[in-house]
Design a protein around this ligand. Sequence first.
Ligand code: KG4
Ligand code: ZN
Length: 334
Amino acid sequence: MRPVILAIESSCDETSASVIRNGKVLNNIIASQAVHQKYGGVVPELASRAHQQNIVAVVDAALEGAGVTRTDLDAVAFTRGPGLMGALLVGVSFAKGLAMGLKIPLIEVNHMQAHVLAHFIDEPRPSFPFLCLTVSGGHTQIVLVKDHLDMEVIGQTQDDAVGEAFDKAAKILGLPYPGGPLIDKHAQQGNPRAYKFSETVMPGLDFSFSGIKTQFLYFLRDKKKENPAFVEENLADICASLQHHLVSMLLTRVEQACARTGIRQVAIAGGVSANQGLRQRLQALGGQHGWDVFIPAFQYCTDNAGMIAMAAHYKYQRGLFAPLDVTPLARMPL
Ligand code: KG4
Ligand code: ZN
């Protein structure tokens, strides 16, 4: 059954490859880069080098796991952007070399579009139109999804992404990078109403997450003046309250977006969609409003090539191929 497409993701700090056959994702191999942990964030130069080291093994594992050889491939897909330029270059160059060598077409994929299309890997799949809250380390968007390849951003952050807010707050708490999952973990034992934070309200459906960093820093500074062991003694409550605040900011906008558009199908995507608080509260809110809610499996929340493969499948069907002189884009609109 055809087509068989190999997809490569290298936009940030995961080197990933996936094989899709006739629209079915056969596997999703991910090599994470531990090298960034001690720096408290992704170091672009180190990310590029790690991609270079990992890419052959990751691609081979994806092909082998799917039981296909290079000569079975009908196309090679890669993430064109947005992302770190040096990291993207590794995936783009590898895909070009393979496409050239095998004389098969090349497919370029927008990483943010692919996060949304992760919802088409498994059942249940949303129908069009639906709204997708795409939340990652670099983006916070409400996307109106009209078709597989036709999407419009109707709200977005004007400064930091929500994943960045999670990671920066975690760093202030002394937790290692990436701190989002750790805040989530500690939050599960805490009281979400223990502490209150305030919100910068942006016009329309936009977000602002840059203020929370400073607010959080000053909140902890003042509390530590009263009690130097404040963080250690109250970590779970601090994480639960901060998470509650960030998730409320997201869900308020989702509710407004649904009211404005009249759409009753809501999906979440991107790294922060792995957050338990967001997943649970979206389910509950969906229940209240009678929405159909779509939450991706954990392996398709954070960066992965399965979603790139899914996007590539739709592009292949429409004959949307990239020229061999295509270049990566650090910024790439939907
Ligand atoms: O989509 P992704 O893997 O990479 C980007 O495209 O940015 O998202 C990574 C982001 C990081 O900020 C990470 O802390 C956050 O997603 N993240 C989480 C959770 N898992 C990952 N944030 C909160 N709770 C989680 N469980
Ligand atoms: Zn991503």
